[in-house]
Ligand binder design. Structure first.
Ligand code: NAI
Length: 465
């Protein structure tokens, strides 16, 4: 059989230890995979000035698939997360994280079998953040229709291929009406094309409660990026923790498979790391490459090992990384034995979804107003009732209306949002004129143009409006 070349990034922290374990297990299973090693992580920073050299990205693009061990991200400064950079650079739009109860691992539930599909590029992970004033930081949460359609279509296609029956969209569209509203509408738009798969939706807060009480009711979960990040760790907890949670980042031209856990600096180099999550990510990669029989073979060996009670310390066992790896290798079945264990060897592997059509409807959008975020160091800004064609309607602080009407008894910060509505037709040029006339005593930090399409406002009402 011709070998397929894949990129292997050994990362840092426990990355190198669990990478060696996976390489040894793949070799024992005679997996037709050739590793092309590429670097990323802390050890690259000195040499390349960043944690992700271009050579590494090139290698992933060339091979179309990579297995990536964790890399450390400095908190609150330093370089950007390498994972986020890889996902964005290669447009790996869907993050697929299976959560399945494993034999031999005792948890509160033994019947969890769900797959999380997380939109992987957008949301707050755009990293569009600004310090507006010394007291106020903002993060722009961008959700797009094409991005949401990509993730939704992937979830339904994957559900079909994997023989799943239901896709549940998770959101908070009752509060984030614009962003999560768009995510939910995109999901519904795609869902009608898959009448064979049940489509439902649930609020994120309810989902969390349901997951920790009756997780078996869920099948495939589709979430925007940040919710997906958090809920997938919750689901990892349901089946035994980070040590057993795998994942794959899937795009149109490449896929990168990685464990959910990080570089675990607290146990790095001590021989304590559990290679299971990384191995399961490798198994997910083998299915993606169409090497299902090898995926099954390794899964069989892994489950036999866990069933026999051979576990690393994080799962309550006392095996070292190497002892656990050797046990998996010892339990490696002959190929036919593994094949008998499952019926679904011939599952198609790679799922290619079309690029969503773009949609230029906003030609019919009309400007109706403008939101202006201003700094004020002396309390409520004294703004004129009218500037140019725009009339001041509301002032808010920390999202709470403070004008007109009684001043609420809330803690105020030094950044106010003023909403200005035009009574007559306006154009972009009117906004430029408006800003020139805006009182210099209240420097503006950010503006948002307000549109409507027909009678529908393309912005959310301010609290109290
Ligand atoms: P972490 O996942 O590295 O560790 C959390 C806890 O779980 C630690 O106590 C650790 O010892 C344990 N743990 C994690 N994986 C384990 C394994 N395979 N076997 C046994 N125990 C394991 O999360 P933490 O500490 O928040 O992050 C450490 C670094 O990793 C940070 O720089 C973070 O940014 C980075 N990170 C990288 C990821 C990636 O490259 N995919 C993902 C998540 C975090």
């Amino acid at each position: 059989m011709t070998k397929q070349t894949v990129t292997l990034i050994k990362g840092d922290g426990i990355g190198p230890e669990i990478s060696i374990a996976v390489q040894q297990i793949f070799a024992a299973a005679e997996t037709p995979v050739l590793w092309e090693e590429a670097e990323a992580g802390l050890n690259c920073i000195e040499r390349y000035g960043n944690g992700l050299p271009q050579e590494t990205l090139d290698s992933i693009v060339r091979n179309g698939a990579a297995l990536k061990a964790p890399t450390t991200t400095p908190i609150g400064g330093g370089h950007k997360s390498i994972n986020v950079t890889i996902r964005k650079s290669l447009d790996l739009f869907a993050n697929v994280r299976p959560s399945k109860s494993l034999p031999g691992i005792s948890t509160r539930f033994d019947n969890v079998d769900l797959i999380i599909v997380r939109e992987n590029v957008e949301d707050t992970y755009g990293g569009i953040e600004h310090q507006q004033t010394p007291d106020v930081a903002q993060c722009l949460r961008l959700i797009t229709r094409p991005g949401s359609l990509n993730a939704a279509r992937y979830a339904f296609e994957m559900a079909r291929v994997a023989g799943r029956r239901k896709v549940t969209c998770v959101h908070k569209a009752n509060i984030q009406k614009m962003t999560d509203g768009l995510f939910l509408r995109s999901f519904r738009e795609v869902a009608v094309e898959y009448p064979d798969i049940e489509a439902s939706d649930i609020l994120i807060d309810n989902l969390c409660m349901q997951l920790v009480s009756r997780p078996e009711q869920f099948d495939v979960l589709l979430l925007p990026n940040l919710f997906g990040d958090i809920v997938s760790d919750l689901c990892a907890g349901l089946v035994g923790g980070l040590g057993v949670a795998p994942g794959g980042n899937i795009g149109r031209n490449a896929a990168v498979f990685e464990a959910v856990h990080g570089s675990a600096p607290d146990i790095a180099g001590k021989g304590l790391a559990n290679p299971t999550a990384f191995l399961l990510s490798g198994i997910q990669m083998l299915s993606y490459l169409g090497l299902n029989s090898y995926a099954l073979r390794i899964q069989y060996a892994l489950e036999k090992t866990l069933k026999a009670g051979i576990k690393t310390r994080d799962l309550g066992g006392n095996s070292s990384t190497q002892q656990f790896t050797e046990a998996v290798i010892k339990n490696m079945p002959h190929l036919p034995q593994a094949l008998e264990a499952s019926q679904d060897v011939e599952k198609p592997a790679r799922i290619i979804i079309p690029v969503p059509e773009s949609h230029f409807r906003n030609a019919e959008w009309e400007i109706v107003g403008i939101d202006v975020f201003t700094r004020s160091d002396n309390g409520l800004p004294e703004l004129p009732e009218k500037i140019g064609k725009f009339r001041l309607t509301t002032l808010s602080n920390r999202g709470t209306k403070v004008y007109p009407g009684p001043k609420p008894d809330i803690l105020m910060v030094d950044c106010y949002t003023s909403r200005w509505i035009a009574d007559t037709a306006v154009e972009h040029n009117d906004i430029a004129n408006f800003l020139r006339e805006f009182p210099a005593a209240y420097p503006w930090t950010h503006i948002e143009v307000l549109y409507r399409e027909g009678d529908t406002p393309m912005y959310s009402k301010m609290q109290g409006e």
